[in-house]
Design a binder for this molecule. Structure first.
Ligand code: AGP
Length: 609
């Protein structure tokens, strides 16, 4: 995934583009660049590495101009280097393009363009777009862009400027997000609202297959084919400070710390005053459709997939219908059988994950009703769903998903209660009991955040180990996978999540004095089984890091470390446990001086398959 920003107005573009790119850096950060228009010519500055490297270059060689494009890259075609960085230009350097997505047929296009005499400077797919616009340009930039787009197969969001049109920016959305920011005497395009929120809260979300032709005082939206489109602006109700670190050393720690507020806000907005019912104003799927659902399948990737696995336990417990969970990238290749009256739930923080979008399309083709649990407003997933439930976790900038995960779990609990009521699977009494227990979650999380000394001790003493195991059972088995993923993706230490009962079927051979094992042993119906597994590990000199429930003294005899969570209904224990796992990963990564918010090789959302 990459980040795009465009500006046209009365201010110098360079500082606005740079500031916007910093807000988009979480989308990709292996190279970056900007282009501006001044005195009828396009000037480009681009550099390998993060925005800071580009800033250094611009300090030495600044760009003037009140119209420009910016881009921060997560490489798909062409290694991360200066020449492959965007913006890309045509043969004469008159047309500059920034792109998020993939040109699937770029090789054949490039070959044809080279045969026609075009000269290329990069190994990217994007550069063909600049040369296509040049090829079709007669004396109308808009027409040339439309003609060029017709040649392209793939997904893209584009920004285009031309030396011949010093007062125009063209933006296109086709399966990759692009928003328009409406200012006073200035306008913006961007991959997401965080890049322009400092300047305007009036945002238009372009739909797929739409194009904007923008001057500083006017915005014209059409389909890529040219048909005019009317799109109203949305007033965004959060401000840029929510997308800043606000004094925290990393976005990830800030977002971990936001979880009590996020959970509280979800409960306040989704649970009735009397704590006896749940509602989702944006759901759109009619109750008579939901009450007929007989099968649920969940598709998601990464952390969202772990939320989906937890969702299986939650939904089967409260709704009493079968739930299947698939990694999105596997779902559509296994020829899934969804059964009749099927509901497919897609879970995605970004709402742009290509594998999950592809799975939703397959489920739709198979006749399922599609419900999405998603965080980013107006994302592509929301456009392809029959119903949406926003997690409203606010912008999640850290690449490692934290508050979005616990928000997804919250929504799954509430949706299961809602469905359980519709299907008559839970009594009103049970609903009131569950909802009042959920009300305790914000302070349970807050209590964990207030006392991190054991976790800090674990990170201090175990951060240099080469491999970790994470064990869980029942509803906390998905958390074992999630804890391992968190550690892997930000500390680069190998870790494996396992169903604890599976240890004796092989993995126990790994246990020795250098193997830390995080054991999720909170009060539960499987507690005794879990403590037996812990003793098996301890008796083989494994290092046991237990997550247990306050008051459990017994666990201390078999553990090197015990991280306590306050007492909570087993059903809801995944949320406080997740917070402990996030903190373990965070502090170990920090002890290893890792780039916690932007780990190597990763991007916040994977918009390619
Ligand atoms: C989680 O920490 C990772 N960043 C990654 O696994 C992520 O959960 C996955 O790519 C899915 O992203 P999505 O929720 O935006 O679809």
């Amino acid at each position: 995934m990459c980040g795009i920003i465009g500006y046209i107005g009365n201010e110098q573009a360079q500082p606005i583009l740079l500031e916007g790119l910093k807000q988009l850096e979480y989308r990709g950060y292996d190279s970056a660049g900007i282009a501006t228009l001044i005195k009828g010519s396009v000037s480009v500055r681009k550099e390998k590495g993060k925005i800071a490297a580009l800033e250094k270059l611009l300090d030495k060689k600044p760009l003037k101009g009140t119209i420009g494009l910016g881009h921060t890259r997560w490489a798909t075609h062409g290694i991360p280097n200066q020449s492959n960085a965007h913006p890309h230009v045509d043969c004469h350097g008159d047309i500059a393009v920034v792109h998020n997505g993939i040109v699937e047929n770029y090789e054949e296009l490039k070959e044809k363009l080279m045969q026609e005499g075009h000269r290329f400077n990069s190994a990217t797919d994007t550069e063909v777009i600049a040369h296509l616009i040049e090829k079709f340009y007669k004396d109308d930039l808009e027409a040339a862009v439309r003609a060029a787009i017709r040649e392209i197969k793939g997904s893209f969001a584009l920004g285009v400027i031309s030396a011949k049109y010093p007062d125009t920016i063209i933006g296109i959305r086709y399966a990759s997000p692009l928003v328009i920011g409406l200012g006073k005497g200035e306008n913006f395009i961007a991959s997401d609202i965080t890049a322009v929120l400092k300047h305007t809260k009036d945002i238009i979300f372009l739909e797929d297959n739409e194009m904007v032709i923008m001057n500083k005082d006017s915005v014209k939206i059409t389909t890529i084919g040219g048909r005019p489109v009317q799109r109203d602006a949305v007033k965004i109700n959060w401000d840029i400070s929510q997308a800043q670190k606000s004094g925290y050393p990393h976005f990830m720690l800030k977002e971990i710390a936001e979880q009590p507020t996020v959970v509280e806000s979800i409960l306040n907005h989704r649970v009735s005053q009397g704590k006896e019912s749940v509602y989702f104003e944006e759901l759109k799927i009619q109750e008579d459709v939901l009450s007929k659902i007989e099968n649920i399948n969940i598709v998601a990737c990464g952390t969202a997939y772990h939320a989906g696995l937890c969702g299986k336990y939650i939904l089967e417990e409260l709704v009493k219908i079968p739930v299947a969970v698939d990694v999105s990238s596997e779902f559509r290749y296994r020829n899934p059988i969804l059964g009749k009256n099927a509901l497919t739930i897609s879970i995605s923080q970004s709402g742009e994950t290509a594998d999950t979008l592809a799975s939703m399309r397959e489920a739709k083709r198979l006749g399922a009703t599609i419900l999405s649990i998603v965080n980013v407003l107006g994302s592509t997933v929301t456009r392809e769903s029959d119903g949406i439930i926003y997690t409203h976790a606010g912008p999640e900038i850290g690449v490692a998903s934290t508050k979005a995960y616990t928000a997804q779990l919250c929504i799954l609990y509430l949706f299961a209660i809602y469905m359980g009521m519709l299907k008559g699977a839970v009594s009103q009494q049970k609903v009131k009991e569950l909802l009042s227990q959920m009300q305790q979650l914000p302070q349970i999380i807050a209590k964990l955040l207030a006392d991190q000394k054991v976790i800090l001790k674990v990170s201090k003493e175990q951060h240099n180990k080469k491999c970790f195991l994470y064990l869980g059972r029942n509803i906390n088995f998905p958390n074992a996978l999630e804890g391992a993923l968190k550690l892997k993706e930000i500390s680069y230490i190998h870790a494996e999540g396992y169903a604890s009962g599976e240890m004796k079927h092989g993995p126990i051979a790994l246990i020795d004095k250098d193997m830390p094992v995080v054991c999720i042993a909170t009060a539960s119906s499987v507690y005794d089984k879990m403590t037996s597994n812990i003793q098996e590990i301890k008796s083989r000199s494994g290092i046991v890091i237990s997550i247990a429930t306050e008051g459990d003294e017994r666990i201390k005899h078999h553990s090197d470390y015990v991280i306590y969570i306050p007492p909570v209904n087993e059903l809801f224990s995944p949320i406080p446990v997740a917070v402990c796992l996030q903190l373990i990963a965070y502090y170990i990564a920090v002890k290893n001086n890792r780039d916690v918010d932007q780990p190597r090789n990763l991007a916040k959302s994977v918009t390619v398959e």
